[in-house]
Design a protein around this ligand. Structure first.
Ligand code: PSU
Ligand code: MN
Length: 302
């Protein structure tokens, strides 16, 4: 086994016995949600994965190791420690070699999952091409990771803090299939609709698993997006959330927020502006994604 990885007993046993495992990220805990909702979410999402027949592996960096699976005390640390770095591909070697504590983004979680042999990962939303990226060049490293690392990511699409159209163009260029799970429309995180379509509309976890297996058996390296819309009862109105996002984006620009601070700033402002409703939606969609990811992970082992 890789020197930089450590495993909880539960995950080690599952991997050794070829059982389905679902990876989870820590950036969503440390930088995506406030305490205590973040720790409640982190624990419940693991339970949902177990209830659906798979083993959860929340991934984070501590003590010079990529931890594949975190115990309750470690989850608590990611939820409360204010000094947790946000770690993408670029940051990984420094955070490991310096022994710092780091929360993994979609990109870094995919790297950890692939090193551990985990093929399915559940999150909320992925990073993408930001609005005005033609000026700022702000394009998330999540996209280049999806282009090269063999992990399928179940998400509720991308929120319209990003340029959804350009994000989909980028994914097409890099050969990343976008699967709509029980939908033909690419979801926009808080809302079920975006005005953009998906590449392939699949209705069963077994169909998704079969497509992923085919991709990887062909040697077509890279990930896939499994886009799973937020359940209707928890969804927000597309136009209402668009207004809030416009305001948060304008404030980020005024305050010169750049680089890796952009996404956490926008998430926290959107929560304030919607008086917490965006957070409830965010949590509901993560739970739904965990359920679908577990079903796909189980189907991949059948
Ligand atoms: N989108 C969300 N919530 C999040 C993130 C994205 O709706 O918490 C996090 C994920 O960890 C994602 C990261 O990988 O932000 C992307 O950050 P950046 O845009 O700096 O690459
Ligand atoms: Mn960025």
């Amino acid at each position: 086994m890789n020197n930089y990885l450590t495993f909880t007993d539960e995950v080690k046993e599952a991997l050794a016995n070829n059982k389905p495992v679902v990876a989870l990220e820590t950036t969503i805990i440390s930088h995506g949600m406030p305490y205590p909702q973040n720790i409640e979410m982190a624990k419940k999402v693991e339970q949902i994965i177990r209830d659906n027949g798979a083993v959860p592996a929340t991934i984070g960096i501590m003590d010079g190791k990529i931890k594949i699976g975190l115990n309750e005390q470690e989850l608590e640390e990611f939820a409360t420690n204010q000094n947790v770095d946000k770690v993408s591909r670029r940051d990984l070697p420094y955070i490991l070699s310096s022994g710092r504590i780091g929360a993994t983004t979609v990109a870094a979680t995919m790297i950890g999952a692939a090193l551990a042999g985990i093929q399915v990962f559940a999150t909320g939303g992925i990073g993408g091409v930001h609005r005005e990226a033609e000026v700022t060049m702000d394009i998330s490293a999540d996209l280049t990771e999806l282009a090269q690392t063999n992990v399928a990511v179940v998400c509720a699409g991308v929120k319209s803090i990003l340029d959804i159209g350009l994000t989909l163009e980028y994914l097409e260029t890099y050969g990343v299939p976008v699967i709509g799970y029980k939908t033909s429309e690419f979801p926009s995180f808080y809302a079920r609709e975006s005005g953009f379509g998906v590449d392939f509309h699949l209705n069963e976890a077994a169909e998704v698993a079969s497509m992923l297996r085919t991709k990887w058996e062909l040697g077509l390296n890279g990930g896939a997006i499994i886009a799973n819309p937020v359940p209707a009862e928890s969804a927000m109105d597309h136009l209402e959330i668009e207004g809030v996002i416009q305001q948060a984006l304008a404030e980020a620009k005024d305050q010169n927020i750049t680089g890796k601070k952009v996404t956490p700033f926008l998430l926290s402002r959107i929560k304030q502006l919607t008086e917490g409703r965006s957070l409830e939606t965010n949590i509901a969609l993560v739970y739904h994604n965990a359920e679908v990811a577990a079903k796909v992970a189980v189907a991949l082992k059948n």
